[in-house]
Design a binder for this molecule. Structure first.
Ligand code: BDR
Ligand code: CA
Length: 311
């Protein structure tokens, strides 16, 4: 069993990832921590609770950061054109948004300490909660099994700016803290997730034969699919669920090891930079942790097949 804490900003592709975790027989979902990103944290928290309740799962949901720790960030923007006004593609969510109390970082700390060497954190939003947790309790770095994040763009352009992917851009300092802590971080970046594209027919088929739980995911994904359709693609990128598959099927991914740093100011704000482990040098000023890696390549078709199998 994989003991997993899911740190998320649902979020349409977050919803599919959460469903994958809930459905997977080898995943023990210990809890969900929420963060601002695809929508304000009051909404992402409400959305996480709504989804788990709809699927009959009793994992606790802990509200996290409402904004970035990076100083002087540009004003936050909510990608309503992608994830809808409510973060779930405008699918009706009965409860009102709920903000606070902010217990996410403490939940991460307590849960990691309670299961030394076992907990796997899957973070698919801004990394603010994780950064706070490891700043509050540096010992958790030595206690966690690993930290898997969806984020970054190493050899491809970003999706917010030419430099930056959304989860990193939204709080680059937090991402640099996470990559800079002494725990293994595996980034699942745009390099791979822009190749895990689920077409509309597959999504519809999964919804039809997967029961009410998957039908909910298919329904709330319609607006997100519309966003891709406007750009000429019939389907959707399943960024966050690709990272979830890494937890259970690492063999479908090709890891590149290296020290990772994040630019937290300037025009390339949010750029993820890797100094590969097999590179000689560097000669200039550079400091990074040697245990980090990114899945720069993998088997997109097999990853998509795995998602279809589990969901
Ligand atoms: C990431 O940004 C969010 O919009 C998605 O949920 C995903 O986590 C992709 O860049
Ligand atoms: Ca997300």
């Amino acid at each position: 069993q994989h003991k997993v804490i899911f740190d998320t900003d649902p979020g349409v592709d977050d919803a599919l990832a959460l469903y994958y975790l809930v459905r997977h027989p080898q995943v023990d979902l210990l809890g969900v921590t929420t963060v601002f990103g695809n929508a304000p944290v009051a909404m992402t928290t409400r959305n996480a609770r709504f989804l788990l309740q709809a699927w009959g799962h009793d994992a606790p949901v802990h509200c996290g950061a409402a904004g970035p720790m990076t100083p002087d960030m540009p004003p936050e923007f909510w990608p309503t054109h992608i994830h809808g006004d409510n973060g779930l593609g405008n699918h009706p969510t009965p409860e009102a948004p709920v903000e606070g109390p902010e217990t996410a970082a403490q939940f991460l700390i307590d849960t990691i300490r309670a299961h030394p060497g076992e907990v796997r954190v899957l973070a698919v939003g801004r990394m603010t909660n994780l950064a706070r947790a490891v700043q509050m309790a540096p010992d958790i770095a030595g206690l966690v099994r690993d930290v898997v994040i969806m984020g970054g763009a190493f050899r491809v352009p970003g999706n917010i700016t030419p430099a930056a992917e959304a989860n990193i851009w939204g709080d680059p300092l937090a991402a640099d803290v996470v990559f800079g802590a002494d725990w293994p971080v595996i980034a699942v970046p745009l390099d791979l997730t822009t190749r895990t594209f689920m077409d509309s027919a597959t999504l519809a088929d999964l919804g039809a034969r997967g029961g009410a739980g998957m039908q909910l995911v298919a329904d709330l994904s319609q607006g997100y699919v519309g966003f891709y359709q406007a750009a000429g693609y019939d389907g959707m990128l399943v960024h966050d669920c690709t990272a979830a598959v890494y937890l259970t099927d690492p063999d479908l991914f090709t890891l590149t090891q290296g020290e990772v740093r994040v630019l937290s100011e300037g025009i390339a704000l949010g750029l993820t930079l890797m100094n590969p482990a097999d590179r000689q040098g560097p000669l200039g000023a550079w400091e990074g942790r040697p245990r980090q890696s990114a899945t720069l390549d993998g088997q997109p078709d097999a990853i998509l097949a795995r998602i279809a199998q589990v969901c």
